[in-house]
Design a protein around this ligand. Sequence first.
Ligand code: BGC
Length: 747
Amino acid sequence: MWYLRALAGLLLVATPSGGTAAGVAPDEAEARVEVLLGAMTLPEKIAQLTVVSDYPGFDFARVETGEAGNVMNFGYSDRDMRLLAAAWPKSGQKIPMLNGIDMEYGYRTLLPVPIAQAATFDIAANREAARLMSREAVLDGVDWTMGPMVDVSRDQRWGRTVEGAGEDVLLASCLAGARTQGARAGGQAVILKHFVGHGFAEGAREYGPVELGEPFLRDVALPPFRTAIAVGADMVMAAFNAVNGVPMAANRRLLQEMLRGEAGFGGAIVSDWESIKQLRFHRLAEDPVEVVALALRAGVDLDMSSDQYRLHLAEALRRGLVRGDEIDAAVRRVLRTKVRLERERAVADPNGASPAVVAADLRRLSVEIARRADVLLENAGNAVPLKGIRRLAIVGGLADDAAAHLGPTPGHAAEAEVTTFARALSERAARSGVAADVVEGCPKSCAEVSPDDPRIAEAARRAAAADAIVVVVGEDERRIGEATSRADLRPPAGQIALVRALVATGRPVVVLLQGGRAQIVEEIRDGLGALMMVWFPGTNGAVATAEILFGDVAPSGRLPFTWPRATGQSPLSYDLPPTSRPAAAQDRWTNRYLDLPPEPRYPFGHGLTTSPVDYADPVLDRPRASVADTVTVRVAVTNRGTRGVREVVQLYARDLLASRARPDRRLVAFEPVEIEPGRTREVALEVRVADLGFHVENGHWIVEPGVFRFFAGPDARAMRAVDLTVTDGLDVAPRDEPILCLDRLTR
Ligand code: BGC
């Protein structure tokens, strides 16, 4: 591998003391950074602050001249990786470049999308997913992931919901930490994105302005970043958005004061794609030299792809708009990550797993994750699992569309390696002696066909010959991800027509909904046998869906977001504070829409099991506690059915009286557990009392003494309750506030 060879040479020359490697003393690493920095010319320093992106017809002389200290997107092309490897040694750069790519859920072998992984509520599985996908990329020389995306999102109109962990602060923080730990264990440097509040753009219009009040920003948007930083995130990406009036690429207060000062982040800050250049579109400055000075002084160390630091930073220095020590500080932050990576590589296991072994592990893991990620939304007709059938119709363009399975960020994945729903279901059906008939009906998500397209009627006619129908609909890969905000989340008319025509056959219909956010299902849910969210399964996850449908595995995924009935209900989350007039179905003068019931279609945490599960009242290990304590809430959960279940036990807390209007409830613990039929399991959930607080305007974290009510149950409507009296309070500055989930992540 060219990268490793370059690195080995460099280590011999520059670190005569040899690699005590990953466990290297910080001052030795720091000394290495200083040696490197001290030997750099100004253009070389600026190259360290520059990220050059590949594009069709890329001129590799740009690498040879040394203008690129770091690169991205070459990993999509084996040819360009080879040319890069040939060009780089000619550049004279003194330290290896970082070689990055967006790989939200995999590089060559794709896992289910991040929001699907979140639906598992499984911290360890998310960590292992990140580790393996990073491993696969590192084996190709891609050592820098432009992720994880840790933005909390509460507006289903936003297409990037698919890249994150959903609406809940605790779950998002745990998974931000787990994904960071995993990527680092896999050998990559990470970039947390998008700092901060990228998921809260006004109207969910991508890249739009964000207005976040101080307590909300700190309570909701910031915690996942803090958790991921605490477990070792290398870098943070500044969002495109203007937050509270200041574009993030120039937001000195949020980058320098909040992120570096209060959250103690010492790593490099990366711009988003061309976002330094775009400060001109925000009309912050016209002169590009002033623009780069705004960005660097705000704290942005790395210029992603806008070429502005390369072109204008030296002039900004000459004019006195930035200082030399500011440039040096930025370079140091980048070098620290590189030195860390080179030390880790120096002790990398030479007998480590080969690409083929890693790919096989990823395929296995993708099935394991999808088993726990598919969310059974409805099973009114008891159609899951399928029973007593001889013939199965598998309908819908998405059923056999490999590109759609790979989702919006397919990385370097090959469509030829995808196991589609159609294939997985046909193969599983064959094993039970069930004949499968695959019928397209209409291509992809039927968005381009009219409801009276003859292919729809024909598909229904063929499907009617089967004993059961599975139809795959939802969003295809072009309608999800970055820049796919939608004003209307209803399915296209052709899709509704297809589902209705199938229901009209009288056969049990199971709808598999593909997508990465909620879709409005009001027009397709009538008369269904079952409705299951299957996300974007990646290379091999569809195998798990077939297992669930045939009853080999019980469904157990849970929604990591609240699912609205109508697009107009967005944004929506379960943790809203109470109002002066709580929503009441029959009372117009309450906190609701005139034309919708107040409840969502499905609550946060929702997901059906195929065996009934009962919750007993939760029990506390003590009735009173102090803010220094961790309390244990025990809840007995019984599987009353005849099939095993994996139950995601959820615990919510409500502050009964507080000086602010606090959320009706907040998730404070969760634990997936397996329960055999007829058995009861007592699940112990730990809660740090110090986590039960909130932020106030001055940024402090406050816990007020008083009574907190814990609710245990299967989703955000949980009603089994027990009260805890907190006897003292807490009031700490941001630097000292508790970091969510850190105890679980480092246990
Ligand atoms: C996205 C980032 C991404 C970058 C590079 C931007 O448009 O917001 O998340 O890492 O592009 O592809």
